[in-house]
Design a protein around this ligand. Structure first.
Ligand code: MRU
Length: 329
């Protein structure tokens, strides 16, 4: 099957083309985003999602929006657009870092070059993300023996990046090498990224996948049915504390309790040199409409992420290799 391109340039570089992940798995629809409103809305509503993918979409979106501007003073536009896209979601550090990188080049460029420079840095970010995914896959494949049963949470696959994914990249590379690997995917309440997205992309790639309710992960880990856990990350503090999709922390606790290795798999762009520890990571809270079945009289608490303390993480797998504790990133 053809590789997935969750985020890329539309022909002519005047828009960012995404797979609309709100519609999966029932419909495969691509959408082109060329205005700041479209880019911010796609990120906030999870049409494009996953830390690396929103970084890339933000950068390409900013460049596309600047290219579409004719006549307006570009330097001021760029500052305004950047501030809005940067704030579309708070937890994944890939987004502000990608935007800041485009803006550093824009600020250093002469007026006439702003749009061109933005496009060129955005393209660099896109290509680097693809390359980092591949290197992560190669670095992590050695952790997955033939016959391994892997548990994952949320979607940290191709749909979450511009390339072959992060947590799923080692699975893809090991499978390419002929190993038989079985993946168990937490359905990942409340938005079901595990069931809708991870199961869809693995099945499409011919990799055996079993969806479980989130509430089955602890007992599955306790039963000896899982050899290792691979999850992605939205932001990694310098001490190794890691924000990822809500529910990851519980999986890490259960894995530790049962002696199952728990790996966090992420590109360099997800390690945040400006955040010293987990309590400083901003956690997105989302609306009550995402939780079905709540009666009017009840309040809702719906955090999109949690923080797994470094001590529960066996190792980090990145494009720079596999890193064991003590962590100091
Ligand atoms: O809310 P989402 O779907 O954007 O959350 C995604 C995750 O938590 C992923 O695990 C993380 O971004 C890593 S994706 C390679």
């Amino acid at each position: 099957v053809e590789p997935l391109a969750a985020v890329r340039w539309a022909p002519g570089f005047d828009a960012v083309r995404i797979i609309d992940q709100r519609r999966l798995p029932s419909e495969f629809v691509e959408r082109d985003l060329s205005t700041v409103d479209e880019v911010c809305d796609a990120i906030a509503t999870l049409a494009v999602r996953g830390a690396p993918a929103i970084g890339v979409a933000g950068a390409l979106g900013l460049a596309a929006a600047l290219a579409a501007e004719n006549g307006a003073p570009l330097r001021a536009c760029a500052e305004r657009y950047a501030a809005r896209i940067r704030a579309a979601r708070p937890t994944a550090v890939n987004l502000p870092r990608a935007i800041d990188r485009v803006m550093a080049a824009v600020r250093a460029a002469p007026d006439a070059d702003i749009a061109r420079v933005a496009r060129s840095v955005a393209t660099e970010i896109l290509e680097e993300d693809r390359a980092m995914c591949r290197r992560i896959g190669e670095a992590g494949a050695g952790l997955i023996p033939d016959g391994a049963r892997v548990l994952t949470h949320c979607n940290a696959g191709a749909l979450a990046t511009a390339g072959i994914g992060t947590a799923l990249a080692p699975v893809y590379v090991a499978a390419e090498g002929g190993r038989h690997i079985e993946v168990f995917a937490d359905e990942t309440r409340p938005l079901m990224q595990g069931a809708r997205l991870t199961a869809w992309e693995l099945a499409r790639a011919g990799i055996p996948v079993t969806v479980i309710p989130d509430s089955a992960a602890a007992s599955l880990l306790g039963s000896g049915a899982i050899d290792l856990v691979l999850v992605g990350a939205d932001r990694i503090a310098t001490n190794g504390d890691t924000a990822n999709k809500i529910g990851t922390y519980g999986v890490a606790i259960a894995a530790k309790r049962h002696g199952v290795p728990f790996y966090v798999v992420a590109p360099t762009s997800t390690f945040d040199p400006a955040t010293p520890s987990g309590e400083r990571i901003p956690i997105e809270e989302r609306g009550r409409e995402e939780l079905p079945c709540v009666p009017d009289g009840a309040r809702v608490f719906n955090p999109a992420f949690d923080v797994t303390p470094a001590e529960l993480i066996t190792a980090f797998v990145s494009d720079t290799g596999v890193h064991y504790p003590p962590y100091r990133f």
